[in-house]
Design a protein around this ligand. Sequence first.
Ligand SMILES: [Zn+2]
Length: 301
Amino acid sequence: MKKIFSALIVSGAALLALPAHAALNVLACEPEWAALATEIGGDKVKASSATTALQDPHRIEARPSLIARTRNAELLVCTGLDLEAGWLPILRQQSGNPKIEPGQPGYLEAGSLVPRLEVPTRLDRAEGDVHAAGNPHIQQDPRNIAKVAEALAQRLAQIDHANAAYYQSRYKDFAARWNAAIQKWERQAAPLKGVAVVEHHKNMEYLLNWLGMRAVGQLEPKPGVEPSAAHLAELAAQLQRQPAKMVLRADYQDGRASQWLSEHARIPAVALPFTVGGDERAKDLFGLFDDTVQRLLDAAK
Ligand SMILES: [Zn+2]
């Protein structure tokens, strides 16, 4: 009896130590989903990202601190589509957190909610690091973000029922501002229609597709394979016959190959933030696209 009583005191003290409503712990695989969780969850969620904008999301080390954060997550939001195939399974396994298993309410795969580009009709390892479920770099199209926002709001309400109305009202407010911003970006980006670009990796397809631009080549000879001197020389020769306006890369990617092509083809090299935190102006999702559209317009002049 005495034992039970002291156990009650201990658990009572533990309860008192917690804030009245602890914020829901959201772990995102990529910064854009952490930013989106904050837009919709406000102060009812504590969202963080496993990766930063200056890291290659394909290649992350499952460090012990990251495993600990995965263990405490109540909702995991990832792009999926095999983008995290090299590290997320290890995090899942090492964290032993049943809430975030696929199929559980605590896991949201953003990539499965949007129309996908470049779904291969056949898989051939010789073609490089090709993703079976299609191109995973979906956050570069703000219309995709809108689709994920809706599902995320529903999921937050499902997991944290007490705050369902709060999430729904924040979602409505976000969706209205986001749709207005998409219209603004599309108006601003009208001169970019039909503009040809070279990209570093095939990670700009959703952005190019949204704005009606087109890629005529990649710095990588195959997806995930580093640019080689031979391939770059070939690309420079190709651009003489079929010119491009600019060479694009994400801020996390090494700029040397871009710089080489920029000098040889006399076109601007443009580094895009790619996700939230990629540069000074990309402080949130709105800033990400404000900055992306502006950089493209500046380079196309
Ligand atoms: Zn990729």
